[in-house]
Each structure stands twice: as C-alpha cells, then as structure tokens.
Design a protein around this ligand. Structure first.
Ligand SMILES: Nc1ncnc2c1ncn2[C@@H]1O[C@H](COP(=O)(O)OP(=O)(O)OP(=O)(O)O)[C@@H](O)[C@H]1O
Ligand SMILES: [Mg+2]
Length: 519
C-alpha cells in the first residue's frame, strides 16, 4: 500500500518536473524518459507474479512450448520484463479462467430452495466486492427501474445480483422489457454501458430448459467476443439449468458436433462455424426463436453479411431478431428493412463518445512513435493499456520494441493460433501483464475493466473503428484516456473523425491530470 502511494507520488513529481513539450497541431510531442519509478513497481509486479506462480513454460504440449520459445525470441509476451507505474487489479476482475470447460455440459443442478415469501432472499446472496469507483451519467442516467420490475425469475435475479449488477443501465432498462415482449429490436448504446446483459437477460429468461433444443443464437464477429459473451451468459444464468455452448472457428469441429448431440439451449457463435454446423444439420436452428446479433454493423459488413443471411434461412419464419451495437452506419438500414419486423429502435447515443474518456492526440513523425510511447509509459499511471496497430506485422514489431525498451507486454492478433489467442486474452484479463499490443481483433466488445489507457499507435481510418477502440477504456462509466499518435498523413482523418463523432480530440498536454483517468 505504502509502496503504491510512493509510486503515485513519484509519478506525479515526474510529471511536474517533466521537460516534455507540447506543440500545436503542426508541432511535435517529445518527452524525456524518466523511469525512476520502475524499481519500486517492479517489486510490486514481481511479488504479484510470484504469488500467481505465473509460468507459461508449464504448458501441456510441445507445440505450445515451441510457440513460447518463438515468442521469447521475437520478444513477444515476456514474463521477466521490467514494469513501470502502479499495478492494480480491478476489484471486479474475475480471476477464474473464463474459458476452461466452457462447453462442458452442466449437470442438472438442484435448484436452490426458494421461498417465494422470503423477503430476505437478497441478503443471502454471495455478492462481489462493491465497485465504489465514480461512474458517469452514461450509465447512471436511468429512469430508476430495478431488475425486479422486469418479472424475471428469482433464479435469474440471483445470477444478476451475484454478478454485481445492482440496477439496470439505461440500455438494459430500455431493451429488456421490449425484448421479453417479443419485439424485434435495433438498439444503439455507447461502449461499455451493458449491452451484453441487455440481450443475455431476456435470452435467459425466455429459454425453457425443459425443451431440449437451441432457443437462442447469439452471433458475434470475433471468437474472443463469443467466448466472453458465453461466459457472461453462464455467470448470469448460474442458477438456471440452461445449457450454453460457445462455438467458433479455430476449434475442433468434431468436438462441437459431439457436444451438439446433447441438449444446447443457447448457442453463442461466430457466423462461419455456426453456418457450417447448421448446413451439416448438426446445429438445428429450426426452433430457435431468437437471433441476437452483437456488434450488428460489423456482422453486416460485406465479410459477414452473406453468412448471416444464410444462417437466417435456417431459423423459423416468426423468429425475433435483436441488433445491438454502438455504431449503426446507414448500410444496416437495408438489412433492417428486409429482415426485421416493425423493429423497436432505441438510440441512446445523442452524443457518441463516452463522458469518462478523455481524448488526446500527439502529432509526430512515424520514426518518433516508439520514443513517444516510451515517454508515455514513464509518465502515465497505466493500470492496464491496450495499444492498437493497424496491421498484424506492426503489432509484432511494436511488441518486440516495447520488450526491448524493458517493459512487459503481450500481443494479440488474428493470425495467431487460437489456443494462444485464448491464453493471451485470459492472462491479460487477469492482470498478468500491464500492456497489450493488438490489431483490430480487440477493437469491439472486449471488456477488460482494468484498462484505463488506450493508445492508437496507428491512427484508425474510420470513425467506427476509432469509437470502438477508445471504448476499451472507461468501461461501465469509469474513467479512461485515449491517446492518438497522428502523423502528417493522418491529419485529415483526425479532422474527419472529430467531425463525424462530434467530439474534440485535444493536443496532449505536458502533464495529464491523473484525476482524468485514475480511479
Ligand atoms: N447493470 C450493471 N451494473 C453494473 N455493471 C454492469 C451492468 N451491466 C453491465 N455491467 C458491466 O459493464 C461492463 C460493460 O458491459 P458490456 O461489455 O456489456 O458493454 P457493451 O455495451 O456491450 O460495450 P461494447 O460496446 O464495448 O461492446 C461489463 O464489465 C459488465 O459486467
Ligand atoms: Mg458489447
């Protein structure tokens, strides 16, 4: 504790005495490299590692070991790296492996004895440690409903409260009753404001575990998001006997076929795999009344839309379709008109960016980027960061550079073997490393509460990508910062994105006030 305080003090002194200079849009951002606070925090981090006995070398198979060696050679995810800044795990961070035994069949659980007249049932719940961090109006500006007002089963309410959800967020309040009623929905709400539970809660409530077939299909554009979403389904439905299965590319088709021989009620999937299983008549979707498309605009991009339309041919005619995203470009309209039946449209995005996320840019030359990142590492109080690059190659090169600078980092992109993607995702989420370099694989939906800094090492080309990337920090109305490296070539994009999002990306100041992004 005292070490942490010391850490914080050192960093703030550093900031005050920093010789970093900030110039206007035509200028450069340069900072000095003061790393005085590393030793103290190294001790904290090493102590954490010792406690966790975090060791990637104890891997179950040879290919994993070979890959690890390769990663070490290329200075990829490194375990002995030096560390800077204060390391802190979020109270709410789940330390269990969210992906282990994900598709194991849940044995029928004896339902907890529920006395409908017991007014004290809430007091008997095992609630997580309360998150006392300040939250912005993005999640607090509600009508004041309670989950109990939605006529949810007691078992589902128990799962919701034990997940730490006390009150519904604005999007949950707006969509849960409508979805329960059976209407098609097109819902738009800001990043990190609880869209997942807004569709998972009605899906769980409407599923009858006594009917042995798929009743809801949840589609996501990436495998990691499918894993995360099925994990949320399991947590919220932990007192229900609903069987949830996650099926994505990059895993054994045979295993999925075997699993589908047993009852599955909710299927969470990426489009390619579920279409394959449906075409093989292994995944039977003819009684699946609910199709949920998370990150719907991405699922309706040319890459996915043909697959999605084929999946819909396997569903019954009177199915309910729910579309969720923070971004709905006009291209979605055509799909909406063709497939949705008098959809209830909810748009909670009068303003597009999150109130808790402050955005800055640093104008620089390509060759100055690594140096600038180094400066940021030494000056910022990063709890966890995601650093985005625009290509797989650049992700790997940057991860190498960061490791050479003496900072620990993981990296992830879609060209990595799936089991390693899972491992990096799981370990980063559990706080095994402070920094993650990523391609756009992690741009959408990924929810890691401890991330308070997002860095666009490469500035994105469009405003949707920008919005989703910076939305990886400031989850559930918390604080965060987004720092954009902008080169001469990016200058028009910066202007365009500011215009399209109606937001201001300010030049980075010499000192960034910690109260803007440290809880
Ligand atoms: N009612 C609630 N009370 C407290 N926390 C909540 C509540 N609903 C959701 N959360 C938490 O908020 C975080 C963000 O939720 P979620 O991932 O569903 O956001 P999202 O709107 O889908 O964001 P994105 O657009 O980035 O996909 C999660 O950690 C989730 O557990
Ligand atoms: Mg989401």
């Amino acid at each position: 504790m005292s070490e942490q305080k010391q850490d914080t003090k050192q960093t703030s002194t550093q900031n005050q005495t920093s010789s970093a200079t900030r110039q206007s849009r035509s200028g450069n951002y340069k900072g000095n490299q003061q790393n005085n606070n590393r030793n103290t925090s190294n001790r904290n981090f090493n102590r954490y590692r010792a406690n966790k006995k975090y060791n990637l070398q104890n891997q179950p198979n040879n290919s994993q070991q070979n890959y690890n060696k390769q990663q070490r050679r290329s200075n990829g995810p490194r375990r002995g790296g030096r560390h800077q800044g204060r390391w802190q795990k979020s109270n709410n961070q789940d330390t269990s492996n969210p992906f282990s035994n994900l598709n194991e069949i849940q044995p029928p659980k004896p339902l907890p004895e529920i006395d409908e007249n017991d007014e004290n049932w809430k007091q008997k719940l095992k609630l997580p440690v309360k998150d006392t961090r300040m939250k912005t109006e993005d999640v607090t500006l509600t009508k004041g409903n309670d989950f109990e007002e939605f006529y949810l089963s007691r078992e589902l309410l128990m799962g919701i409260f034990e997940k730490g959800y006390e009150k519904p967020s604005p999007i949950q309040e707006a969509t849960i009753p409508i979805a329960l009623f059976g209407r098609d929905i097109l819902a738009r709400a800001k990043n990190g404001t609880g869209k997942t539970a807004a569709f998972v809660i009605p899906a769980l409530q409407k599923t009858d575990p006594n009917k042995p077939y798929i009743q809801a299909l949840i589609l996501t554009p990436t495998r990691e998001l499918a894993l995360q979403t099925s994990s949320v389904c399991k947590e919220l439905g932990k007192y229900l006997n609903v069987q949830i299965m996650c099926t994505t590319g990059g895993t054994s088709l045979q295993d999925d076929i075997m699993r589908l021989m047993k009852p599955v009620h909710i299927l969470v999937a990426t489009p390619g795999r579920v279409l394959d299983l449906a075409n093989k008549k292994v995944a039977k979707l003819d009684k699946c009344q609910m199709l949920i498309m998370d990150e719907a605009d991405k699922l309706l991009s040319p890459e996915f839309q043909p697959l999605v339309e084929q999946i819909i041919t396997h569903l019954p005619k009177d199915r309910q379709i729910l579309l969720f995203s923070a971004t709905f470009p006009v291209t979605v309209k055509d799909f909406k008109d063709r497939y949705l039946n008098k959809p209830y449209e909810i748009n909670l995005m009068e303003e597009l960016t999150l109130k808790g996320v402050t955005q800055y840019y640093a104008f620089l030359e390509e060759r100055q980027k690594v140096h600038c990142l180094h400066t940021l590492f030494s000056k910022l109080q990063i709890n966890q960061s995601i650093i985005f690059c625009n290509s797989v190659n650049r992700v790997e090169l940057l991860a190498k550079k960061i490791t050479e600078l003496g900072y620990s980092c993981f990296y992830i992109h879609a060209k990595m073997p799936q089991h390693l993607r899972n491992r990096v995702f799981h370990d980063f989420r559990n706080g095994a490393c402070r920094n993650l370099v990523s391609s756009d694989l992690f741009t959408r939906g990924i929810d890691i509460q401890a991330v308070n800094v997002v860095i666009n090492f490469d500035f994105p080309k469009n405003s949707e990508t920008y919005l989703h990337r910076i939305g990886r920090s400031g989850r559930y109305g918390h604080l965060g910062i987004a720092i954009n490296f902008v080169t001469y070539e990016d200058r028009f994009n910066l202007y365009k994105i500011e215009q399209e999002l109606g937001t201001e990306i300010k030049p980075i100041p010499p000192v960034i006030d910690k109260s803007l992004y440290v809880a």
